[in-house]
Structure formats: structure tokens, C-alpha cells
Write a protein that binds this ligand. Structure first.
Ligand SMILES: [Zn+2]
Length: 137
């Protein structure tokens, strides 16, 4: 396990199933039983129709880059030490968009493009927490 010194999420009753699915390397997102939309980030009610009938549902972990940026500086030491890196808004095949990092690609605008197919990478940063990142596929 690579030493990780960045911020960590604090799972709560709403988000715990998401973090547990990542730890199991089998991502699940909430799906609204009323309108069918997949939801990210986890929350108590559907942002589209306000239904609270949300069902944890396995998703593919595949998607495309919807937008990205490449920070070269950051005020937080943990992020600054890794700069430059790719921050990407990934649109999953199921429609939800996740903000994450791209890995296994140069942090260079010439090597990343909108529409690039990507897949999830499970980054086990601690015994309890696995972060979702994405790589080209
Ligand atoms: Zn809904």
C-alpha cells in the first residue's frame, strides 16, 4: 500500500454503502426507483424528483471524460506534492458524473481529451478507505 497523506472521507449512514462498495472493488451508486436516474454523490433524496426511494445498484465503472483540468499548484501540501495531476469529471455509462483523478496518463493536455474512454481504478489508500480514480481504457 502506497503511503497516502491526503484528506480522507468520513463515511456516514448515507454514504457508507458507497465507500463499502469501493472497498470491495465493486462500485455501486444510488439509483432512484421513481425516475430511474443514477445519482452521484450519495444523498438522502433524488436531486431530480425528490424521491427518497433510492436503491444501491452496481454500475460499470466505465465512462468518458466530460471535462478535465491539470493543476500545477495547490495550497494543500498533500496535493501540491503530486502536482501536476489530472482532475476529471467522468460521465459514467449510467449517466452519473463523478469528479476524480485520471491515472496512468501523462498530466499533459496533449494526452487527455474530452470524450476519452476511461474505467475505474480502485485505490486502496488505507485499510478502511478506497478512493475511486480512473484510467484510459
Ligand atoms: Zn428521481
Amino acid at each position: 500500500m502506497v503511503a497516502y497523506d491526503g484528506p480522507l472521507p468520513i463515511p456516514d449512514p448515507v454514504t457508507r454503502p458507497f465507500w463499502d462498495s469501493l472497498r470491495a472493488h465493486a462500485i455501486q451508486l444510488q439509483r432512484c426507483a421513481a425516475c430511474g436516474r443514477f445519482i452521484y454523490y450519495p444523498r438522502p433524496v433524488c436531486p431530480s424528483c425528490l424521491s427518497d426511494d433510492l436503491v444501491w445498484t452496481p454500475v460499470s465503472g466505465r465512462g468518458v471524460v466530460h471535462a478535465f483540468t491539470i493543476p500545477h499548484r495547490h495550497p494543500n501540501r498533500a496535493f501540491a506534492a503530486r502536482a501536476p495531476y489530472v482532475v476529471a469529471l467522468v460521465e459514467l455509462e449510467e449517466g452519473a458524473r463523478m469528479l476524480s483523478n485520471l491515472v496512468d496518463v501523462a498530466p499533459d493536455p496533449a494526452d487527455v481529451r474530452v470524450g476519452m474512454p476511461v474505467e475505474i481504478v480502485y485505490d486502496d489508500v488505507t485499510e478502511e478507505i478506497t478512493l475511486p480514480r480512473f484510467r484510459p481504457r
